[in-house]
Design a protein around this ligand. Structure first.
Ligand SMILES: NC(=O)C1=CN([C@@H]2O[C@H](COP(=O)(O)OP(=O)(O)OC[C@H]3O[C@@H](n4cnc5c(N)ncnc54)[C@H](OP(=O)(O)O)[C@@H]3O)[C@@H](O)[C@H]2O)C=CC1
Ligand SMILES: CC(C)=CCC[C@@H](C)[C@H]1CC[C@H]2C3=C(CC[C@]12C)[C@@]1(C)CCC(=O)C[C@@H]1CC3
Length: 331
């Protein structure tokens, strides 16, 4: 029996995000898979569960309340999961936020004629800034939600993930927007800058490498994916949904030049689903697995080397352990 825990699975709109699309795909692939959806909003979580049960009436789907940005909630949810299960085969760390995004229109028009337009469309580099906030734990909200809450969750679920003779996989939903220059080991939480999203995603790439170094010997593996540009509540926070609908033909056209415009949650979940079918031991710890969709609409997964190194990953890991100690003392 395969048990899989997913963070950030709420059904917010009729379409839902990448996490919900992944659940649909997993259940269509194997009706026996046991899913545990970890969501912050009970009502929306139940709606997501019901939506999945419509197409898969026999599915095993349980819910656990988790606000990954609140450390108290993370410890409580982990305890609940430990009481309910004795093993986890997959842990999808999918929850992510990009609060108050601002598009730099000047940079966009400049980028269009710079000869780097394809790179700009596939990464969003130089186009986006965010305004971050501080949580009740005193952490930067984007750092807490996109990285640190997941770090604590993995550490707390160690007994279920590390079992002799069995391998398990944690999977981070990272981004093509993750950039080394947006991240600093002296400012892990990105208090100083205005690219907290890029910083948190780059940190997740590093942390995945560090987890592999520390946990592979215990049977736990970590991988990173990028879903491409997908129409979800996250992107509707950047530009209104009617605008995205209006420029859809332009985006299909751009897809011919960059296969990163996956556009639908189903396509965006391709790499998450592909990883589910791989042997964790065979995955490359230095690779980010990209969901890609061709101009003709065919989905595939492609690994791409990440701009990360062991020394940075280890330093980040040590600093997160220190922060974990401090949080444990505070709570
Ligand atoms: N859409 C895109 O183009 C891209 C998305 N990504 C990444 O994909 C992942 C999924 O995002 P996507 O589906 O696009 O966007 P959505 O906003 O649809 O999904 C994000 C999910 O994360 C959940 N979440 C956010 N904050 C918390 C929290 N504090 N505790 C628990 N759950 C939380 C949301 O729950 P709730 O419903 O309660 O808000 C929601 O279910 C994110 O990590 C995002 O960064 C990466 C690259 C591109
Ligand atoms: C014609 C057209 C497509 C205009 C939109 C311009 C920009 C708003 C987008 C171009 C590339 C996009 C992008 C993202 C957001 C929107 C763009 C900047 C992300 C940063 C969203 C979140 C991610 O994790 C990665 C995406 C990369 C591409």
């Amino acid at each position: 029996m395969i048990r899989s825990l997913h963070c950030g699975q709420d059904l917010k709109t009729v379409t839902g995000g990448i996490g919900l699309a992944l659940c649909e795909r997993l259940l269509s692939h194997d009706a026996q898979v046991q899913l545990c959806l970890a969501c912050r909003n009970g009502q929306r979580a139940e709606a997501a569960r019901q939506a999945l049960l419509v197409s898969h009436p026999q599915a095993h789907i349980s819910l656990v309340q988790l606000d990954v940005g609140s450390m108290h909630s993370v410890f409580k949810a982990a305890q609940e999961v430990r009481q309910r299960y004795n093993r986890l085969d997959y842990l999808y760390l999918n929850a992510g936020i990009m609060p108050n995004p601002q598009v730099d229109h000047k940079a966009f028009y400049k980028g269009l004629f710079s000869g780097k337009a394809v790179h700009m469309f596939s990464t969003g580099e130089g186009l986006l800034t965010q305004k971050d906030e501080v949580t009740s734990d005193g952490l930067q909200q984007v750092f807490a939600t996109n990285l640190f809450g997941h770090f604590i969750l993995v550490r707390e679920l160690e007994p279920l993930l590390c079992r002799p003779g069995n391998s398990s996989l944690i999977i981070w939903t990272s981004s093509s927007n993750a950039r080394r220059s947006a991240f600093s080991l002296d400012d892990l939480q990105h208090k100083q800058g205005n690219e907290s999203y890029s910083s948190s995603k780059y940190a997740s790439d590093l942390l995945s490498l560090a987890f592999n170094r520390h946990y592979n010997s215990k049977g736990l593996y970590s991988s990173v994916i990028c879903p491409g540009l997908v129409m979800t509540n996250l992107t509707y926070g950047i530009l209104p949904s009617f605008f995205w609908t209006l420029i859809m033909p332009i985006m299909w056209l751009i897809r011919i030049f960059t296969n990163t415009f996956t556009l639908t949650p189903y396509n965006g979940a391709e790499a998450l689903f592909w990883l589910f079918k791989q042997k964790p031991e065979a995955l490359d710890p230095m690779a980010k697995y990209h969901s890609l969709t061709s101009g003709l609409g065919n989905n595939y997964t492609q690994p791409c080397k990440m701009d990360i190194d062991d020394i940075m990953a280890e330093t980040l890991y040590e600093k997160l352990l220190d922060l974990e100690d401090a949080i444990r003392k505070k709570l």
